[in-house]
Design a protein around this ligand. Structure first.
Ligand code: ATP
Length: 369
């Protein structure tokens, strides 16, 4: 196990495509770091540079106390787990897991013991004699994990390892990976485009966009204090509602003009009058998490600002009900508890309450529906 550090790392492919720009990340010994971002943001490229599968154009990658830029992949002491499990179809589960160790010519008894232990951790003991084609997707993914575990590497590097599994298995394996990583304490970098996976797995999550790191923070901090609009919109499902508004900080009733409506500002925000003045008369973006809106009957405070609109679409999701409504051009989604059945066409009334952050541009309102 080791710390992995990327310092000023950049990648320009031979055809001139810039995939990663000035990436700085320090992953602590034993930490689980998730790299997340939309397709093409450079996360796979970043991981492959750490793995030694892609040349590093700029900057430095260190694993433990070694700069590995010029060290070939096989000598970096890291284990990759890919989305395609890359198992050998003609080999048994036991031989697949032990393959790397056999190549290294470890004594047979030692290989056997290591494979047995990995199989036990992964719940594969009863399947060691089988061939990959006779396994389920989840079991195949476990075999791929097993191959990484037996190598006892300094770091696990995982590239979308769950994306070939169906939704239910994905959730199950996600918990499994979290457990295994915790038990083994191996430094892990995990790439995914799925923000739910990122939030549930990572000790910290690094959000990338167009080759650049946007923010790296523990999941809750990312959620509560997104560093910019991209992170605010990317993290959270359903996504944060982002509304354009104009701030009027000087008025007797300071607030925001949003979609032709006036929103009173939450008390906590009003306290920072100086901070507000900087935004006077300017266009700002109001971010409202869907789950921060609630039904008029359940609202804790009655004195907040209100957003009035009409429910356009109601989606019953079982535990939650999503209500879509439009505020001028913006589409807003609110998350309601299921006992509050809603019909499209009902009036929607929202009120701002406590702010989630200290930024003028973001509030966490309780919205009355
Ligand atoms: P995805 O989730 O779709 O895999 P990603 O975030 O992992 O995306 P990368 O695969 O790292 O993104 O690609 C980053 C950028 O680099 C993209 O614009 C991609 O087209 C480009 N790219 C990737 N591999 C190469 C290559 N071999 N040559 C040229 N450009 C490449």
């Amino acid at each position: 196990m080791a710390e992995v550090a990327l310092t000023g790392v950049g990648k320009v492919y031979p055809d001139g495509t810039r995939a990663v720009t000035d990436l700085n990340l320090a992953i602590a010994d034993g930490e689980f770091l998730v790299l997340v971002g939309p397709s093409g943001c450079g996360k796979t490229t970043a991981l492959r540079m750490v793995a030694g599968l892609e040349e590093i154009s700029e900057g430095e990658v260190t694993i433990g106390d070694r700069v590995v830029n010029r060290i070939p992949s096989r000598d970096r002491d890291v284990a990759m787990v890919f989305q395609s499990y890359a198992l050998y179809p003609h080999l048994s589960v036991r031989d697949n897991i032990g393959f790397g160790l056999s190549l290294r010519k470890l004594p047979k008894a030692e290989i056997r013991a290591k494979v047995d232990r990995a199989a036990e951790i992964l719940g594969l003991t009863d399947h060691l004699g089988r061939k990959p084609r006779n396994l389920s997707g989840g079991q195949r993914q476990r075999v791929a994990m097993g191959r990484a575990i037996v190598r006892e590497p300094q770091a696990f590097l995982m590239d979308e390892p769950l994306s070939n599994l169906d939704a239910k298995l994905r959730v199950q394996m996600r918990a499994e990976i979290a457990r295994i990583q915790r038990d083994l304490g191996v430094t892990t970098i995990y790439v995914t485009h799925d923000q739910t996976e990122a939030m549930t797995l990572g000790d910290r999550v690094a959000v990338m966009k167009k080759g650049e790191l946007q923010q790296v923070a523990p999941p809750q901090e990312l959620y509560d204090r997104p560093a910019n609009l991209f992170v605010a919109g990317f993290i959270g499902s359903p996504a944060m509602n982002l509304l354009q508004g104009t701030l009027n900080a000087d008025a007797e009733n300071p607030g925001l003009a949003v979609g032709g409506q006036h929103l009173t500002l939450p008390r906590e925000v009003l306290r920072d009058r100086e901070g507000l003045r900087a935004y006077q008369g300017r266009e700002v973006v109001v971010g409202i998490r869907p789950e921060d809106m609630e039904d008029a009957e359940l609202a804790e405070t009655a004195d907040g600002a209100r957003l009035r609109s009409t429910a356009e679409l109601v989606e019953a999701m079982g535990s939650d009900v999503l209500v879509h409504f439009a505020v001028e051009a913006a589409q807003v989604v609110t998350e309601d508890t299921k006992e509050l059945a809603r019909d499209a066409g009902t009036d929607v009334l929202g009120s701002l309450d406590a702010p989630r952050t200290d930024m003028v541009a973001r509030f966490s309102p309780r919205t009355r529906v």
